[in-house]
Design a protein around this ligand. Structure first.
Ligand code: ATP
Length: 361
């Protein structure tokens, strides 16, 4: 396994001369820690597969470098990069037994038989494939076949990293969560650098220690699930992570106050140097806004409906054009269709042109 550094890395399918705004992967410089569990998360078309393919060597980047443990491997082919990959659909040999499939990447590299047997037994056990090791891989369910693919990706312990591209797509929804937890446990046991591509926030947040969020070809934030939740660096992260996502509202901000229409919302920090001409918004997660009875000093909103999610209820309210989700405490009902909104100032963030602004204490 290796530390992976991306240095000013970018890719354009239309060639380097294309305008940067059209790049599938916009310039990124970042480090993937040795032994880390990463998720690359974002909606369809945001550039996840492009970045993964650049790391694996399937694509040569238009710009920049990739270093494995400080060594520039940008010109190297996929084979020479010492990477294991698991794709959306199972890649296995039907004519071989399950055990032979797992052994294949090791045999290919001339690993001694005793070591192959030991690794195959270990991976078989970790993936609950041990009862099938001597069975032909044909006529297995799609789930079992994908488990073999996962096993083939994990069987070598000398790889720089294991890359997973939406590996649970073909897995039955009920089994998905089991395999996800299994992968997390495997990461802890095998001590491999893993990069897991997905558009599903639950998959990303349960698997990874660090989630890298992409939007429109750009890495917009890399952080722990808690960091992404507490302090989204970009309005997109706030909106994409969390259910419901963060409320994003256009506002005028001065000092410790945000104004929406004639209403004032107190802020936890002070903002005196916002960039002139920037689009200013505030962002606050629904968990930090309470819908209560209207009262002087609170924003009054029109209640559209209340969603009861069992453990928590959210009021869906509106102020003018702006739609807001707010926590509806137990006992809250709205007799006249209105609610007062109570914001927790320490969780109201300010964004200029979609980027988080750090206020002053
Ligand atoms: P998905 O989850 O749908 O695979 P993604 O986040 O992995 O999406 P990419 O497949 O990396 O995104 O695509 C990023 C952008 O690059 C998209 O606009 C896509 O249309 C474009 N793109 C991807 N592959 C090619 C290609 N071979 N030639 C030209 N454009 C491409």
């Amino acid at each position: 396994m290796a530390r992976i550094d991306l240095v000013d890395l970018a890719h354009s399918y239309g060639g380097n001369a294309a305008p940067q705004e059209s790049f599938a992967l916009k310039p990124v410089t970042m480090t993937w820690r040795q032994g880390g569990a990463y998720a690359l998360l974002g909606p369809s078309g945001c550039g996840k597969t492009t970045l993964l393919n650049v790391i694996s060597g399937i694509i040569t980047p238009s710009r920049g470098k990739i270093l494995f443990d400080g060594v520039d491997i940008t010109p190297l082919s996929t084979q020479k990069r010492n990477i294991a990959q698991v794709f959306q659909f199972p890649v296995i040999y039907d004519t071989m037994t399950v055990g032979e499939n797992l052994a294949f990447p090791l045999k290919n590299r001339g690993v001694p038989k005793a070591e192959i047997d030991r690794r195959v037994a270990e991976i078989g056990r970790l993936l609950d494939l041990d009862p099938y090791l001597n069975r032909k891989a044909t006529r297995l369910t799609a789930d079992a076949k994908q488990k073999i693919s996962l096993g083939r990706g994990l069987v070598r312990n000398d790889v720089a990293a294991v890359l997973f591209d939406e590996p649970l797509t073909v897995i039955d929804p009920e089994l998905k969560w089991q395999l996800r937890s299994k992968l997390k446990a495997l990461h802890r046991e095998l001590d491999l650098t893993m990069i897991y591509v997905t558009h599903d926030q639950t998959e990303a947040l349960t698997f990874a220690d660090t989630v890298v969020v992409m939007h429109d070809g750009r890495v917009v934030q890399s952080g722990t699930p808690a960091e992404l939740f507490d302090k989204p660096a970009h309005t997109f992260v706030g909106y994409f992570i969390g259910s419901p996502g963060m409320n994003i509202l256009p506002a005028e901000v001065r000092g410790r106050e945000a104004r929406i229409g004639g209403n004032v919302i107190a802020l936890g920090r002070s903002y005196d140097n916002l960039p002139a001409g920037a689009k200013i918004e505030i962002g606050v997660r629904p968990e930090f806004v309470d819908a209560v009875a209207p009262a002087p000093g609170l924003l009054t909103a029109k209640v559209e409906r209340i969603d009861d999610l069992g453990r928590i209820r959210f009021a869906r309210v509106r102020i003018g054009e702006a739609k807001i989700a707010a926590r509806a405490p137990a006992g809250f009902t709205s007799a006249d269709g209105t609610a007062g909104l109570k914001f927790d100032p320490s969780h109201v963030h300010v964004y200029a042109d979609s980027l988080l602004v750090e206020g002053a204490a």
